[in-house]
Design a protein. Structure first.
Length: 232
């Protein structure tokens, strides 16, 4: 089955370059230079992944990302000329799964696209449903579903990867480096710290009960661990 990527980039030459790169890798590509049209295309086409430029002339990339996240968990790779850490973190807090800084190499772009799609479309399912904390959190790898106290929670592919990695061995501490390599499948200099933002978003979604200890604990100077024991 063909994988469809929506490319949202207002610079025509760069948009055509990205299309050529992805089509050579046998992806189906839909493209636009308009944020408003991108919102419409996400709803009509239902792409498997969105590559989204932040600097659009009509509707900002941030607003496009917000709209996508309100209606779906479609993976988003943000494309930006901004290199400041706060810009990257802001993008991740909007629900982006990854980001590519201009200029970029074709190999890097393809690597990131494949890594995000691998997490989103295939994952590494186990033939079981795991419950934690006396049923407070349920992770169904087969159906790709997480429930907290019976309510289904929408997670981005990166959040799913972090949660399932941490929950594989409760109480084991995973370093940021381990998490980004297990979740993304690669490492580039400077990307390790973005795990903090993804964990922050994940905690907000799966917090067991207000005022109770978090399900994901920070081990200062080391990394993170999942605190709930596996049932049974």
């Amino acid at each position: 089955m063909t994988t469809t990527v929506l490319v949202v980039e207002d610079e025509r030459k760069l948009r055509d370059l990205i299309r050529d790169i992805l089509e050579r890798e046998r992806f189906a590509v839909v493209s636009t230079g308009s944020g408003a049209e991108a919102i419409d295309l996400v709803r009509r086409v239902g792409p498997d992944l969105v590559i989204l430029d932040l600097g659009l002339p009509d509707v900002s990339g941030q607003d496009v990302a917000r709209d996508v996240r309100r209606h779906s968990t479609t993976p988003i790779i943000m494309l930006t000329a901004r290199i400041a850490a706060e810009d990257r973190i802001n993008g991740l807090e909007l629900g982006a799964d990854d980001y590519v800084t201009k200029p970029f190499s074709p190999r890097e772009l393809v690597l990131r696209v494949r890594a995000v799609l691998r997490r989103s479309l295939t994952g590494e399912p186990e033939p079981a449903i795991a419950t934690f904390g006396a049923g407070e959190i349920v992770i169904d790898d087969v159906c790709h579903v997480v429930r907290v106290r019976g309510a289904e929670i929408d997670l981005t592919p990166t959040e799913w990867g972090i949660l399932t990695t941490l929950a594989t061995t409760p109480r084991r501490v995973y370093s940021r480096y381990e998490l980004i390599n297990r979740v993304r499948g690669y490492e580039f200099e400077g990307y390790e710290r973005t795990i903090d933002t993804h964990v922050k978003n994940l905690r907000h979604k799966i917090e067991v009960r207000p005022g109770e200890p978090t399900a994901i604990e920070t081990v200062v100077g080391v990394g993170y661990r999942f605190t709930l024991a596996r049932d049974g």
